[in-house]
Design a protein around this ligand. Structure first.
Ligand code: NAD
Length: 495
């Protein structure tokens, strides 16, 4: 395994490409510790990576699906072998506590296996009707060259899914990882190459989002952009990618998984002993830095005081610390910007509601901020903005209808949860809550590939769910071939 402090040059056609600039990732729990020095790609490197991908793609697409999928399966096997070292790197580069870092590696393995199986099914095409004298075929072809632009918070699983799916279907990919965690993507690309991926079909292009990310999005050679990250960047990508440019042979497709402001409802008959630990896990696990995290708690009046009391009590006991400590439940935030943002929102919380918990007993040195709980009105800024940290707003509502209304307020629609013992209300929540993933009587984080395909509605995402049955359809083009089979005599010397 790579030793912490490793170099991660660009990888184009399997070759290391060194750049003048660099992107340095550090341990969020001890920012003096450098984890990885990655290259910083610009327009020239992006041009080279895309030209290489374009020339390698056709051969990859015509490689039988079983061979393409075999590469992904070998990569999954390598990940299983390196499970602990990959998780360890994640602990240090992304500040992810052990159990969740391990889960992220497992999710990456799941994506390789799941999209592999899916690609094998797609290779058979789809059913179409036949008529006497004609043979009709519905086949899926790769789209071409795609770009994956990824976030830092699931630093192995998300990049793996976002390149493995399109690769399985025969596309070539350029991976632009997040500035905060370029090292994990470097390991991913090396691992796929080691598993036998033809080097031209996957480039590793670390760089700054507004520089090389934007350049890739606008490039005429790109046929689709696979994005996961914030809403603001997703909307910028959708806008830029919609402009047709000279030499561009197709309309770009955008798949974007975006942010959320996820709510959990606690009904008046809910088992508070079940609800409170699940809310604590959902809101404060990984310091609230999951797109699926709970950031709004909506509690019916009858159980409000009891729920809030126990919630604050439980949040007071959470262990805040470095991610490498097995006991840690709340690790540091990813970087200084995030820390500054959280402190600003804590101030806003104070002016908008009653702050009932604001822990400051945090270790020195890292980007730590303690769990914060604020009772506030549904329209407040802290209850609307995606804050991406351990800050939970709590709302008191008179009845279940009001709870649904508050939960549906705002523009996001990623995850949601409900704790209730009433089948009628659970059914009502399932119908009325406008979210991509609804969880009933359980935490709202921790989606498993193939079991809880993941992705949001409204301003939380556009496209089909990651780890779900429709995902690969977004990166292929359906083609229909219809042949007249009435006997007409074939040429005798058909090659
Ligand atoms: P971000 O939007 O800041 O960055 C994501 C990626 O976009 C990075 O690689 C960045 O370099 C790049 N980028 C930035 N500006 C760009 C531009 N103008 N053009 C092209 N690329 C650009 O997000 P982040 O801080 O890395 O991740 C946190 C966000 O991601 C949160 O909003 C979270 O909810 C969301 N997220 C969503 C999901 C999901 O499945 N819905 C999963 C994980 C994270």
């Amino acid at each position: 395994p790579l030793e912490i402090g490793f170099d991660a040059p660009l990888l184009i056609d399997g070759d290391a490409v060194w750049t003048a600039g660099e992107i340095v990732s550090v341990d969020p729990g001890d920012p003096e510790r450098v984890i990885c020095r990655a290259g910083r790609a610009g327009a020239d490197e992006a041009d080279l990576a895309l030209a290489t991908a374009e020339s390698a793609q056709a051969r990859w697409a015509s490689t039988p699906a079983v061979e393409r999928v075999a590469v992904l399966r070998r990569a999954a096997a390598l990940m299983r072998e390196r499970r602990w070292s990959l998780a360890a790197h994640e602990v240090f580069e992304a500040g992810k506590p052990w159990a969740e870092a391990d889960a992220d590696v497992c999710e990456a393995i799941d994506y390789l296996e799941y999209y592999g199986r899916h690609a094998l099914r797609l290779a058979h095409g789809a059913e179409v009707e036949q008529a006497p004298g004609e043979a009709n075929r519905y086949a899926y072809a790769a789209r071409g060259v795609g770009v994956a632009i990824t976030p830092w918070n699931f630093p192995l699983a998300i990049p793996t899914g976002m390149v493995a799916g399109p690769l399985a279907a025969g596309n070539a990919m350029v991976l632009k990882p997040a500035e905060q965690a370029p090292g994990m993507s470097y390991e991913l690309v090396n691992l796929l190459l080691e598993a036998g991926l033809p080097p031209g079909v996957l480039a590793y292009l670390p760089g700054v989002g507004e520089e090389v990310g934007r350049y890739l999005v606008e490039h005429p050679a790109v046929s689709f952009v696979n994005f996961t990250g914030s809403r603001a960047v997703a909307l910028d990508i959708v806008e830029r990618a919609s402009v047709h440019r000279d030499g561009q042979g197709q309309v770009k497709r955008i798949v974007a998984e975006m942010g959320g402001k996820n709510a959990i409802i606690v009904d008046d008959d809910a088992d508070v002993d079940v609800a409170v630990p699940a809310v604590v896990t959902s809101a404060f696990g990984y310091a609230g830095q999951k797109c699926s995290a709970c950031s709004r708690l909506i509690v019916l009046d009858a159980v409000f005081d009891e729920t809030l009391d126990r919630l604050v009590g439980a949040a007071r006991l959470l262990r805040i610390g470095h991610a490498r400590d097995m006991a840690t439940q709340v690790p540091p935030l990813i970087d200084e910007d995030a820390l500054r943002r959280l402190h600003e929102y804590r101030e806003v919380a104070g002016s908008e509601g009653e702050v009932v918990l604001a822990r400051d007993d945090v270790p020195d040195g890292g980007y730590y901020v303690g769990p914060t709980v604020v009772v506030t009105e549904p329209g407040s800024r802290v209850s609307r903005d995606e804050i991406f940290g351990p800050l939970l707003t709590v709302h008191r509502v008179p009845d279940f209808d009001a709870a649904i209304e508050v939960a549906n307020a705002g523009e996001y629609g990623l995850t949601g949860g409900v704790f209730s013992r009433s089948p009628t209300r659970i059914r009502r929540a399932a119908e009325a809550l406008r979210v991509g993933n609804l969880y009933v009587n359980r935490p709202i984080t921790g989606a498993v590939v193939g079991r809880q395909p993941f992705g949001g509605l409204r301003l939380s995402g556009v496209g089909s769910k990651a780890g779900g049955p429709d995902y690969l359809l977004q990166v292929v083009e359906p083609r229909v071939i219809s042949e007249n089979t009435i006997r007409q005599g074939f040429a005798p010397l058909d090659e």
